[in-house]
Design a protein around this ligand. Structure first.
Ligand SMILES: Cc1cc2nc3c(=O)[nH]c(=O)nc-3n(C[C@H](O)[C@H](O)[C@H](O)COP(=O)(O)OP(=O)(O)OC[C@H]3O[C@@H](n4cnc5c(N)ncnc54)[C@H](O)[C@@H]3O)c2cc1C
Length: 393
């Protein structure tokens, strides 16, 4: 095959599908989505699966079910992007030509950067909520633990789902709440130098951590795991000290980076991320290329909630570019991070590039509230499947 499309969208995740829906609704007819996956997943459900509050089967649908009517779909892995020639190379050695390109390839999970981790993941109570196949192993491990250390880690790289590790810790605390004797010790090891970038929400997260008696260290990065011996090795990034701790359960948030196919193209910035204008979402060097979501260098927390705000802006600006008009769509960095503070209670951080709270509900979203939990657990998934993916919100 050597076919040409007016618009090719790389990635059929949150960003790719919602952008396709916006473009088709606006009358763009010649759209192709390329993704190698069989399923489209609503990933924010996975920490709930890991805490036993959701079934993992409810978090995904067959990819073909979410492709908007009017768009073509090609189930192939993208192996190269030749932006100068406007060619996409595929795993089956075929190529697709395009006039305009949307890059929404998400990010890559770098489990292998932690020594010993790939060999023991899904065994020895070494868990992650970052893969569909493993999210229920987190809950299975949680139920087995009666004492010792339950350690939750956060890497120094940008991650998606920003506060998912803290979210898991808080629900684990609730899970063990009634056990006075032999209660496991809950530990957060974060390689970041702060618990949260926005002060208002950081204060509440700190308060929750202290109230629950969770011990935490900042700038401590997981560097190795020995599954059979149940030890985790950390590096103190401030002092370079390296030390090991025993664990009964280890919940790992892996290091993350841009997909290799972006790093190897001319579309990346120095760190490998897709290099886009932070307001227009247009590529800074290739005017016919736009990008959104986790694969970009947009300086905001990588969340589906951010993608929801980016997709209509991208569609508006791409259409303007096609018509030779000025790009008027403007993304201000808005993102949202819901954090379950226990089963049935949550807070919801909402802010833009300026790191100032911009809350959309008529209540203080930094205060734990049952309504915010129901919005996280029930409201947002409904809005996601029936609104955002269909270009309606
Ligand atoms: C554990 C967890 C908790 C989270 N919690 C929240 C939350 O509470 N709230 C929130 O808003 N967001 C949350 N998120 C983040 C949210 O899921 C992402 O930010 C969002 O999915 C990003 O959309 P995207 O389109 O950029 O990437 P994705 O949705 O990941 O889509 C990328 C797509 O690209 C495809 N792809 C990748 N490489 C190739 C290739 N070479 N060839 C073909 N196809 C390829 C993939 O198969 C995938 O379908 C969470 C994520 C996780 C994992």
């Amino acid at each position: 095959m050597n076919k040409k499309y007016q618009v090719v969208i790389l990635g059929g995740g949150s960003g790719g599908i919602s952008t396709a829906s916006h473009l088709i609704k606006a009358g763009i007819k010649d759209v192709l989505i390329i993704d190698h996956a069989d399923y489209h997943a609503y990933q924010p459900a996975w920490p709930l699966v890991g805490s036993g509050a959701e079934k993992k089967e409810n978090s995904r649908k067959k990819m073909k079910k979410v492709i908007p009517h009017g768009a073509d779909f090609l189930q192939q892995k993208v192996t190269a992007i030749q932006a100068v020639e406007r060619i996409i190379r595929l795993n089956n050695n075929e190529q697709i030509n395009y006039e305009y390109l949307v890059v929404a390839l998400g990010l890559q999970l770098d489990f292998e950067k932690i020594e010993g981790l790939p060999a023991t993941l899904g065994k020895n109570n070494v868990c992650t909520n970052y893969l569909y196949d493993y999210a229920d192993y987190t809950y299975a491990s949680l139920k087995k633990v009666t004492a010792g250390n339950v350690i939750v880690t956060k890497p120094s790289t940008p991650i998606k789902g920003g506060v998912a590790p803290e979210n898991s810790l808080f629900t684990f605390d609730e899970f063990f709440k009634n056990k006075k004797k032999d209660r496991p010790t809950l530990i957060l090891k974060s390689a970041l130098d702060s618990l949260f970038p926005v002060e208002k929400y950081r204060r509440e997260i700190e308060k929750q951590i202290e109230k629950k008696g969770i011990s935490y260290d900042l700038q401590h990065e997981l560097i190795a795991v020995n599954g059979p011996e149940k030890t985790a090795t950390f590096k103190n990034l401030a002092t370079s000290e390296i030390y090991s701790l025993p664990f009964e359960m280890l919940l790992v948030t892996p290091p993350m980076s841009a997909p290799d196919v972006i790093k190897q193209s001319t579309l990346s910035d120095e760190e490998g991320w897709l290099d886009v204008n932070k307001h227009t979402l247009q590529h800074v060097r290739h005017q016919n290329v736009f990008g959104l979501g986790d694969c970009t260098n947009l300086p905001t927390v990588k969340m589906g909630a951010a993608v929801r705000k980016q997709a209509p802006v991208l569609a508006q600006n791409l259409i303007a570019q096609i018509k030779g008009k000025p790009l008027k769509g403007y993304y201000n960095g808005m993102t949202a991070c819901p954090i379950a503070t226990e089963y049935g209670q949550a807070i919801m951080a909402e802010f833009g590039y300026d790191l100032k709270p911009k809350e959309s509900l008529p209540l203080d979203q930094s205060k734990t509230n049952p309504l915010l939990y129901q919005i996280k657990k029930r409201g947002i998934p409904l809005m996601y499947w029936h609104g955002m993916l269909k270009g309606r919100s």
